[in-house]
Design a protein around this ligand. Structure first.
Ligand code: MG
Length: 157
């Protein structure tokens, strides 16, 4: 078994779609980023890469590369999983925590789980999504940013 952890943080800005865990969520702002800014999927990518000893997302999909401009992060996650499979590993379990003040995210958890599980090539039961606020404190509490944490467990194929 191999385990990986990850943390990611993105600024919330006007004029962007909010994409979390591969799901578009109706909201007045979206996450800044070279790709679609999907902070949750980025954390999952980094946790999986970490478990496989494959570095991090920025190393494989640099934000200086125009190919990844506005890229769907779940597509990048699919590529990460291909790298892992090439090393004779597969995803056993992924757990995540989104940190966001607004909007209410619980109604989207199942859709995020399904989208992440599809990209990871596992059943939704092996993926967990949950969320916390910061009780209105600091940049996340003021609606200026969102963060995500993830842990991934890989097993031999
Ligand atoms: Mg990121």
């Amino acid at each position: 078994m191999r385990v990986g952890i990850a943390f990611d943080y993105h600024r919330l800005v006007e004029g962007r779609k909010l994409i979390l865990g591969g799901v578009e969520i109706p909201f007045g702002k979206g996450l800044a980023g070279h790709s679609d800014g999907d902070v949750l999927t980025h954390a999952v990518c980094d946790a999986v890469l970490g478990a496989a000893g494959l570095g991090d997302l920025g190393q494989h999909f640099p934000d200086t590369d125009p190919r990844w401009k506005d890229a769907s992060s779940v597509v990048l996650l699919g590529r990460v999983v291909e790298m892992v499979v090439a090393r004779d590993l597969q995803v056993a379990q992924v757990d995540t925590v989104l940190v966001a003040q607004e909007p209410k995210l619980a109604p989207y958890f199942e859709a995020m789980r399904a989208a992440l599980a599809r990209a990871l090539g596992v059943e939704p039961a092996r993926v967990n999504v949950k969320a916390k606020t910061t009780e209105g404190l600091e940049a996340i509490g003021r609606g200026e940013a969102m963060a995500a944490h993830a842990v991934a467990l890989l097993e031999p194929r």
